[in-house]
Design a protein around this ligand. Structure first.
Ligand code: X8Z
Ligand code: ZN
Length: 619
């Protein structure tokens, strides 16, 4: 349970931000400490910080190596080695944060103030100061991640009988079948490895809360919400504000998709006015609905929008998919990926060992040893995910000249949004330019293009929000272990309007079947990224003078757009995120109008269809 940057792995250093005034208002600021600090010379703080960053860098790199080996070769030994390296990170960071208390209230440069701030926020699961508890927390973290990585379901009947399906094969299976009974079996089966995590997860929550309290936060959730250059309660309000703006769009999509699923599966299976059964949306977690695109009746649907058959016809290999992603960044003026990226990455599921298949981008040495870890399949979704991950890697390389504590993104949503922004440029125009399609679909097919994108981006929004609503309440104690599963499904219904296909109970631990929960990766970042990527794209397309709808804008090959983007990436975490946003877009606020405008023509069409079908909106 060491701080990671989403699925960009750079152990310890965290990289989000909070303005100094708020840190100082925390309960750990005692007058006596401040009085002592007034005497602590800024030069002493400078020396302290230089040594601290060197130590963090050192233990962080060691832990990254151990974690890489664990994630790409899960055994008891690699789990133990990784836990031990993470324990050292926890110990070092805690020690440094405690020592740093003597500088509270000292008159420091803004750069130094920001570094002290980031140091205090550097762990996503801070450990208690007690060595035995610290060790226990590190072990729980490695065990949970390893247990998820090994998680499999081996169906006894149906088309997948005789195979054992890990995350990657399970995603494939969910995309491949529309048979309700098979989907239900897979859905239940995927959750069967999670209950054994429940108890140790709860213990991890207890320990990391203790660690957070020792750092002066009320609980770990407050620490997470303190990472956005504003007070934690303002951050929660900010998320609500964005969600309220986006909810009508989601509701329109939900109502339309449900009406189509009623046609396919019948009202006995899909209640026309109720939540959608969660196994029918083409994805194990119902977070991305693109796999049910072919069930929908959309004008212009015949055009080559789903890239899976295109990639397969063009005989794309996994390497060609990654090279195509790299080529996009190079076309913008970024340096190519280093030779070691190609030598050290894991691109496919190894046949002979357990690995964590959930895609991630790594920055092993905070310099050029960047890597991709993924179980690539030749399909549309993985092509997009490759761009997502490479966004992390190019960000990491762009900020490598920043000092260690600034080697991160402006806030964690920025790290998640960069590759997705690039993927928004995978337009028909771009696909034609690189020879993947021959003919451009006419504007009359735009609705189909938008629907495909909405099944990815709009469908995801409430999911992106609710995971941390659950965890914040778990950390605060509002949700207790006795209600873990019920509370989870209450939120799934409230935000997403989905329901489990069979009754669930507290013998289940459904949150544990989603990677980021056992891996302890905060999730609000993906909601933010969903909003930010459209803002980034709108800003970049304006910069290059694009005329016409945003969904037909590609920044491919455009060095001016590349320069703009690079400028922001190179800032790393050195400035509060509104400044980074300003550098790219000229805006200082997160703004949902970019995504709303993008999908505006679809929203009109969805509302017409829902009215025509008499589809109820909501559940
Ligand atoms: O975890 C990821 C990336 C790695 S940071 C593959 N994503 C979230 C998820 O899969 O749940 C990207 C979209 C949301
Ligand atoms: Zn990511």
């Amino acid at each position: 349970m060491v701080r990671r940057l989403g699925c960009t792995i750079a152990i310890i250093l965290l990289f989000s931000t909070l303005i100094v005034a708020q840190t100082q208002s925390s309960s750990s600021t005692k007058p006596s400490a401040s009085a002592a600090a007034m005497q602590a010379a800024p030069a002493e703080a400078e020396t302290f910080m230089r040594a601290a960053e060197a130590r963090l860098d050192d233990v962080g790199v060691k832990a990254s190596r151990a974690s890489w080996v664990q994630s790409t070769y899960i055994t008891d030994d690699t789990e133990a080695l990784s836990a031990s390296a993470n324990e050292e990170v926890l110990a070092t960071t805690t020690e440094l944060v405690n020592e740093a208390k003597r500088f509270q209230g000292a008159r420091l440069s803004s750069v130094l103030q920001r570094k002290f701030l980031l140091l205090r926020l550097a762990l996503s699961a801070p450990a208690p100061n007690n060595p035995a508890e610290r060790k226990e927390l590190a072990q729980i973290g490695s065990w949970l991640e390893g247990t998820y990585g090994k998680g499999k379901y081996c169906p006894k009947t149906g088309p997948f009988a005789g195979k054992c399906l890990g995350q990657s094969e399970m995603e494939e299976a969910f995309a491949a079948t529309k048979d309700e009974a098979v989907l239900k079996d897979l859905w239940i089966g995927w959750r069967s490895f999670a209950p054994e995590m429940r108890q140790r997860y709860a213990r991890g929550v207890e320990l990391s809360n203790k660690g957070a309290q020792e750092l002066g936060f009320k609980d770990t959730g407050v620490l997470w919400r303190s990472n956005y250059d504003m007070p934690p309660e303002q951050f929660s309000a900010e998320l609500n504000r964005l969600w309220e703006q986006l909810r009508p769009l989601y509701l329109s999509l939900h109502a339309y998709v449900r009406s189509q699923l009623v046609k396919k599966y019948g009202p006995q299976v899909v209640p026309p006015n109720g939540p959608i059964p969660a196994h029918l949306l083409g994805n194990i977690w119902a977070q991305d609905w693109t796999n049910i695109y072919d069930l929908l009746e959309v004008p212009g649907k015949d055009s080559a929008i789903d890239l899976t058959p295109v990639l397969q016809q063009k005989k794309f290999t996994y390497l060609k998919m990654v090279k195509t992603g790299e080529n996009f960044f190079v076309s913008l003026g970024f340096d190519p990926l280093p030779k070691t990226f190609w030598e050290r990455s894991m691109f496919v599921l190894p046949r002979d060992r357990d690995v964590v298949c959930h895609a991630s981008a790594w920055d092993i040495d905070n310099k050029n040893d960047v890597r991709l870890k993924m179980c690539i399949q030749i399909r549309d979704e993985d092509f997009r995910t490759i761009h997502h991950e490479l966004g992390h890697n190019f960000y990491q390389m762009a900020y490598q000249n920043q000092p260690p504590l600034f080697q991160g993104s402006a806030n964690d949503g920025f790290h998640e949004a960069v590759g997705d922004t690039i993927a928004l440029s995978i337009t028909p125009e771009y696909l034609q330019e690189i020879g993947l399609i021959q003919q451009l679909p006419p504007p009359s097919k735009d609705l189909a293009l938008l629907m495909h994108k909405a099944l990815e981006k709009v469908a995801f929004l409430p999911f992106g929000l609710l995971i941390d609503q659950w965890r914040w309440d778990v950390f605060s104690g509002k949700i207790t272990p006795a209600d873990y599963n019920q509370a989870w499904w209450n939120l799934r219904e409230k935000y997403q309007g989905v329901a489990p296909p069979v009754a669930r109970s507290e013998n289940d631990f459904d949150p544990g079947a989603k990677y980021h929960v056992p891996a302890n990766v905060p999730y609000s970042r993906y909601f933010l990224a969903d909003v930010l990527q459209f803002q980034f794209q709108r800003g970049l397309c304006k910069t290059i003078g694009h005329l016409g709808p945003l969904h037909r804008c590609s920044i491919y090959n455009n060095k001016i757009a590349g320069e703009r983007l690079k400028m922001m990436l190179e800032m790393g975490a050195s400035r509060p995120w509104p400044e980074a946003l300003y550098a790219l877009t000229g805006e200082r606020q997160m703004d949902a109008t970019a995504i709303l405008d993008y999908f505006a023509p679809l929203k009109i069409w969805l509302d017409e269809q829902n009215a025509k079908n008499g589809a109820k909106v909501g559940w």
